[in-house]
Structures are given as C-alpha cells and as structure tokens.
Design a binder for this molecule. Structure first.
Ligand code: FE
Length: 191
C-alpha cells in the first residue's frame, strides 16, 4: 500500500497535478491540528447548551460549522444522539469514510475489513471486542458513512459532572465514544 501510494504521488507530481508542499501542509494539519479534540468540544457543548444540542441534531453541519469545524470531509455531518435506549455506532462498509473535520485521522481498525463487515452483522459482538457490554434491551443502530455523509456520535453525559465547564467535560470525551465503539470516561478516570 505504501509503495502504491508513493507511486501515485510521483505520477501526480510529474504531471503537475499536486504541489508537494501543499500535500505536506494537509498531512501536517490532519496529523497535528485536527483531531478528536474538535469533536470533543462539539459533544461538550451539546452537553451544556440545550439550544446548541437541538441545533446539532437538526443540522449537524451548520451547528458544527459554527464552532469552526467543517470543510473538506465535513461537508455533511450528522450528529447521532445516544440515549439510555439507543446506542449509535458508525462504520464505513465500503472503505473508510470518517468525519475528519471533527475526529482527525481514522484509527487503523476503522479501515480494517473485519470491523467493516462484522459491525453490520454482529454489532454487539464487535462492541464486546472493544470491552463494551451494553444492556440487552439497548437498541444498537449502525450507520454506514459515505463520502457525502459522515456521522458523529454524541455519547451520554457521564453522571457526577454537574456544574462542570465545557473544557473539563471535553476531557471525558474519547475518540471511540464519538465513533460508538466506546463510552466517555468517567469523572474518576480523570484523576
Ligand atoms: Fe468510505
């Protein structure tokens, strides 16, 4: 895969389609500047601000855009609400579509064939592999990302966080909790 990528890059360079400096900036941006911290800010705001929360579920792209996240892969972002009865989980069965604008680069497992196929056939089993055992009566909804439509899971706010500000709450929001393969940290985990 690395060889193929390099071969593609040199052909595109040779033909003048890409500027290597621009590529470096893009890679640097997604590796260092854009990461799950962006999504965590969105989730934390949804936990404290009911108006933002409502907007987020009505028009994810606009609400997330208001925080300065979007563009490129964030063209259409849909926020999914976890509740005591519904747990949402995101996959791209076809390839690896992922909400880069809010989560940064996807983890390797997200692109793996077993995750992509098993999440549809046996979501509960996949969650178990991630160490997450949900109550039997919790409905698991699996969402298939595409190049046009990408999803951000908004996990439930952990108990014992009354009065916390957004920054502190954002520290509880893990990348996996926004993909649906994990839950947010608990207050005791921060110590
Ligand atoms: Fe994809």
């Amino acid at each position: 895969m690395q060889l193929r990528t390099r071969a593609l890059e040199s052909i595109l360079l040779e033909k003048g389609y890409i500027d290597p400096a621009a590529l470096d900036v893009l890679i640097e941006t997604y590796e260092k500047k854009i990461g799950p911290r962006n999504g965590a800010q969105v989730v934390a705001k949804a936990w404290v601000d009911p108006k933002f929360r409502k907007w987020l579920f009505e028009d994810g792209t606009a609400a997330i855009g208001s925080l300065g996240f979007g563009g490129r892969s964030g063209n259409h972002l849909v926020a999914l609400e976890n509740t005591p009865s519904v747990h949402n989980m995101v996959v791209c069965t076809l390839c690896s579509c992922y909400p880069w604008a809010v989560l940064g680069l996807p983890p390797l497992w997200y692109k793996s064939a077993p995750y992509r196929s098993r999440t549809v056939a046996d979501p509960r089993g996949v969650l178990r592999d991630f160490g997450l055992e949900l109550p039997k009566d919790t409905e698991i909804r699996v969402w298939d990302s595409t190049a046009e439509l990408r999803y951000l899971v908004v996990p439930m706010r952990p108990a014992g966080t009354d009065g916390w500000n957004e920054d502190k709450l954002a520290d509880l929001v893990t990348r996996d909790s926004m993909i649906g393969t994990g839950l947010p940290k608990q207050p005791k985990d921060l110590k």
